[in-house]
Design a protein around this ligand. Structure first.
Ligand SMILES: Cc1cc2nc3c(=O)[nH]c(=O)nc-3n(C[C@H](O)[C@H](O)[C@H](O)COP(=O)(O)OP(=O)(O)OC[C@H]3O[C@@H](n4cnc5c(N)ncnc54)[C@H](O)[C@@H]3O)c2cc1C
Length: 484
């Protein structure tokens, strides 16, 4: 059966989720089609998680404008949507005259872009801010920060959903038919819609082609990372970057909102948009490079690695272009086409989404949704609370008294709330990203099977049906022997 929507958004990364939330302010029947089994399963969950200040982008670009705007609104967004955000600042550390020259240029560019809180600091001030760093001077960006990219995206999506947006996971758009409106084809049925938003991240070029807007060259730039043990977080109060080049920010060390440290990324062009493996050699290279800035990266503290791939729109000569956000009335009216939403897409997501809605409203009047509620509450964390607060939580719900993930102190109550999430996500990583269970030092060695069993029981499914992350990534493949 064909369903009719006002808007269908393709992609449930941070951009698609932010667009969904902005559109839910209006009286529109909106759906999000996502090929994976959860939000934030691609680039939005695979990055440095830094809320950038807006100084690193050319004046007059959308990257600069939306980054500065996104930076300014992050505090308010984190209050409305209840996700972890820390305005901790960040430093770009230099040693040579050439570094100083580049930092001065970066400061000037930042001032033109409207980036706030930038200053050049000497070695003494640098060591007051980050005692364990190596460097002679730095540019300090006071308004830069860090956030939890999973919880941010989940929060945007849950808020959109609470305000009426429908989510369809495991729905890859494989073709688009244009006529009166659009019909989006998926293996699980067709979706008829008046408007389409292409927020497909690494798939933006393919969707653009399906819309008939051809000619975009989108290349992948892969960045690898190492994750360090939580105890290292104490030595790193803010992200530490080297002096950037014009196109690459360099290998940096970044604290996470939970106290881990990430080291990376390097940058290598790739045509394979689905390979996220991190070779040992790359990890060694990352550790060696970042140790020049911050010499605390030991092998025994490396608990995991990951990688992410940026979709970069480049011209015929390979020069990286600005974010493209367009409606081509001549070719694909009522289709918002977003191409090359690379860094700082995480920081800029909400201003980008507001711009998308502005473009749509220039072509159609939208009626406000009087029941729109901007607020959303996340899962209450047990770890880190005072003894009295923890006792109160246990009295209220005895499931807070059972710790399932020992490394991160995650309780049965939190896991059950995650399993019963409003978007209906039922993967192991869906639970992991919503609670931090399985993210600690033992990397799920202790709790993975307990959580797998909880999913079986809660969802009434068989062990062989539990999926780790992607379609077909079964946790268990079958029984070794039949009982009895
Ligand atoms: C290494 C690295 C470091 C970064 N660091 C930062 C940083 O510190 N700060 C910052 O602001 N930004 C950073 N970024 C950039 C930021 O992560 C991205 O700009 C942002 O996440 C892009 O979001 P998105 O929603 O466009 O893409 P995605 O998160 O990739 O979402 C697109 C979604 O579309 C889905 N999709 C694709 N094709 C289809 C289809 N045919 N049908 C249905 N669904 C489809 C995908 O499955 C995916 O879920 C970094 C990126 C990388 C890779």
């Amino acid at each position: 059966m064909t369903v009719t929507y006002d808007v269908v958004i393709i992609g449930a990364g941070v951009i698609g989720s932010a667009v969904a939330r902005e559109l839910s302010r209006y009286h529109l029947k909106t759906a999000v089609l996502e090929k994976n089994l959860d939000v934030c399963n691609e680039t939005s969950g695979r990055n440095s998680a830094v809320v950038h200040g807006g100084f690193a982008y050319d004046e007059g670009t959308k990257k600069a404008r939306f980054c500065v705007e996104g930076n300014r609104m992050m505090e308010q967004l984190s209050k409305e949507l209840d996700f972890p955000f820390l305005c901790c600042g960040k430093v770009l550390v230099g040693n040579t005259d050439a570094d100083m020259e580049q930092l001065r240029r970066t400061m000037e560019q930042g001032a033109k872009n409207g980036a706030e809180g930038l200053s050049l600091i000497d070695e003494k001030k640098l060591h007051e801010l980050v005692p364990a760093v190596v460097g002679k001077f730095a540019m300090w960006s006071k308004t830069s920060g860090i956030l939890d990219p999973f919880l941010y995206t989940v929060a945007l999506a849950e808020n959109a959903h609470a305000n009426g947006t429908e989510y369809f996971f495991d729905h890859e758009v494989t073709g688009i038919t244009k006529g009166e409106g659009y019909v989006l084809h998926t293996a699980r049925g067709d979706f008829r819609t008046r408007w389409v938003v292409n927020a497909a991240g690494l798939g933006c070029g393919k969707i653009s082609d399906m819309l008939g807007i051809t000619g975009y060259r989108v290349i992948g730039s892969k960045g690898n990372y190492i994750i360090l043990n939580k105890k290292l977080g104490e030595l790193l109060p803010m992200p530490v970057y080297p002096v950037p080049s014009n196109t690459y920010m360099g290998i940096h060390v970044t604290p996470t909102v939970d106290g881990n440290v990430t080291v990376g990324p390097d940058a290598e062009n790739t045509e394979d948009f689905a390979y996220y493996g991190v070779p040992q050699k790359k990890m060694e290279y990352l550790a060696e490079s970042a140790s020049k800035l911050w010499p605390h990266i030991r092998k025994e503290d490396q608990i995991r690695n990951f990688s992410g791939i940026l979709p970069k729109w480049v011209d015929a000569h390979g020069a990286i272009q600005d974010f493209q956000i367009e409606i081509r009335d001549d070719i694909a009216p009522h289709a918002v086409n977003l191409v090359g939403i690379e860094s700082p897409g995480l920081t800029a997501a909400v201003p980008i989404a507001q711009y998308v809605v502005e473009l749509m409203k220039e072509r159609e009047e939208f009626e406000e949704n009087p029941s729109f509620n901007p607020n959303r509450k996340g899962i209450v964390r047990f770890a880190g609370r005072s003894r009295a607060e923890q006792e109160a939580l246990i009295r209220q719900n005895p499931d807070y008294g059972e710790i399932v993930c020992q490394c991160e102190e995650i309780t049965r109550a939190e896991l059950l709330e995650a399993i019963r999430n409003p978007l209906g996500v039922s993967t192991m990583t869906g639970i992991k990203y919503r609670t931090r269970a399985m993210m600690g030092n033992c990397q799920a060695g202790f709790c993975q099977m307990k959580i797998e069993r909880m999913l079986e029981q809660e969802l009434g499914i068989r062990p062989e049906e539990v999926v780790y992350s992607r379609k077909g990534s079964w946790v268990l493949s079958g029984k070794l022997r039949e009982e009895g």
